[in-house]
Design a protein around this ligand. Structure first.
Ligand SMILES: C[S@@+](CC[C@H](N)C(=O)[O-])C[C@H]1O[C@@H](n2cnc3c(N)ncnc32)[C@H](O)[C@@H]1O
Length: 460
């Protein structure tokens, strides 16, 4: 019997080897996860899904893999899988340029346009807020930037698919690790020590501005922005789009734009896979697209002779360095700037490449290298985790992640990554080229990883 005829004879989920998940069951699970929460699984990230499903079988003590599709339909099964399949990597004031823009540009403009009107309110929404750091950062930035914050009605809504993350968000207790972007003065101003060693809690005057609710961005159950307000002035939706198929991402962006008040502001992750143009939004703040503003009803700025408006009119002809259509050209530019050591331009073109090919291990590795060279270890770690989410066997990502984690003192995690890397390298010939590298040999990387792991023995 040929392999092909053997496959054709199998009934869905029936004759798979004991313990294996058949392609049909996998397909049914993927369809249900996509339908229920938009999570997308292509060839690139199926490895992670299979691992999660195997763990789910054990956890829920399922007799056969054929029961997995039905598990996705139960609230506890779906919750469990979402918890396992989503990454909650986040921290306070992630991408500081965006929070600086919020304070220096957005708040003064909202103050100017609202001060004369009857409503002195600002509504913000952190969509895909994970454990809440982003939502509290927005609340702190708003309070900090308003000249008289107590005279304003401020509301920040944090939503996420993962209920466990939201429970932690509502507790508002964070470890030093979540506060790695927060300076000493700000810590004292916005946090109180405790309740346990090494923990800090967000102060009540900030906590009371923020509410958390479960919401699935794919179903978009219209979360209320507070006090019956259907629209928000400020939206953050960062590092969430990687989970979606491009057409789901496009539909989610469209609906998010509808939820923005006229002239409202949107902040996306700099390397989020977004279309080059988004209807109803214009990029503001330069080529890195720090922020977007809803175009219809945007308040006009008074004309002054000297102050140049940071809002650039759309160019009539493409600028010489406008984003190229061809992704190979993005890659070429990113690599050329890396070779030249120009971190700013390498970040720009590397981000553009990642945004067009969000699951490309090579793009993520390149951008991670650039960001770590720029001293932004946190973003580099997040990018490498993302690479491993899409391709758990990306050995170079595991190795680089170990280096970065060790550099931040996270030795136990670093050891785990090196162990994974060594397990992956065990299956490779010594002189095979490590995927994602130009000429690094598997044998050389194995030696380096073994030495590094040995040097970490005993360290905590
Ligand atoms: C990497 S975290 C991003 C946290 C934060 N926005 C940031 O950038 O630091 C991604 C979050 O998106 C959430 N997520 C994934 N799919 C979602 C969906 N369909 N609806 C709502 N949240 C979703 C995950 O649960 C996870 O908490």
């Amino acid at each position: 019997m040929t392999a092909a005829s053997g496959l054709a004879a199998r009934a869905p989920g029936a004759l798979a080897p004991p313990g294996a998940i058949s392609p049909q069951v996998l397909q049914a699970v993927i369809a249900r996860l996509g339908h229920r929460c938009g999570l997308a699984f292509g060839a690139h990230n199926r490895g992670g899904l299979v691992q999660a499903l195997e763990a789910a079988r054990e956890w829920f003590r399922l007799g056969s893999a054929g029961e997995l599709p039905a598990l996705v339909e139960t609230p506890e099964g779906l919750d469990w899988l979402v918890r396992t399949l989503t990454i909650g990597e986040t921290y306070f004031f992630r991408v500081p340029e965006q929070f600086a823009f919020l304070k220096e540009r957005v708040v003064p403009e909202l103050v100017r346009t609202r001060a004369a009107g009857p409503v002195r309110a600002i509504r913000a929404w952190s969509a895909g807020c994970a454990t809440g750091e982003e939502a509290y950062s927005i609340a702190i930035a708003l309070r900090d930037a308003l000249p008289d914050p107590d005279r304003w009605s401020l509301r920040v809504l944090g939503t996420d698919l993962n209920r466990e993350f939201l429970e932690r968000a509502a507790e508002a207790r964070y470890s030093e690790w979540s506060l790695r972007g927060v300076g000493e003065l700000e810590r004292r101003r916005w946090f109180v020590p405790g309740p346990g060693p090494g923990l800090l809690t967000v102060r009540p005057e900030v906590r009371r501005l923020v509410q958390f609710h479960p919401a699935n961005l794919v179903a978009l159950e219209a979360p209320d922005a507070g006090e019956g307000a259907p629209h928000v002035d400020v939206l953050f939706c960062r590092n969430v789009f990687i989970y979606f198929e491009p057409e789901v991402a496009a539909a989610v962006v469209r609906r998010l734009v509808e939820r923005l008040a006229p002239g409202g502001w949107a902040f996306f992750g700099p390397s989020d896979p977004l279309p080059p143009r988004i209807d109803g939004l214009e990029p503001v703040g330069g080529p890195t697209r720090v922020a977007f503003r809803r175009t219809d009803g945007a308040p006009r700025r008074a004309r002054t002779v000297r102050a140049p408006s940071p809002v650039r009119p759309p160019p009539t002809r493409p600028a010489p360095d406008a984003e190229p259509v061809d992704v190979r050209e993005l890659r070429r530019r990113a690599e050329a700037h890396v070779a030249r050591g120009d971190v700013a331009q390498a970040t720009r073109w590397g981000s553009a490449w990642v945004s067009r090919e969000p699951d490309s291990t090579e793009a993520l590795l390149l951008l991670a290298t650039v960001r770590s060279t720029a001293g932004d270890a946190d973003e580099a770690i997040a990018l490498l985790r993302r690479a491993l989410y899409f391709d758990p066997s990306a050995v170079l990502a595991n190795y680089r992640l170990a280096e970065l984690l060790a550099g931040c003192g996270r030795v136990a995690e670093a050891r785990g990554c090196l162990t994974n890397a060594l397990a992956q390298l065990a299956a490779m010939e010594d002189d095979a080229t490590v995927p994602g590298s130009l000429e690094l040999r598997a044998g050389a990387l194995r030696d380096a990883a073994t030495r590094r792991l040995a040097s970490m023995r005993g360290a905590r």
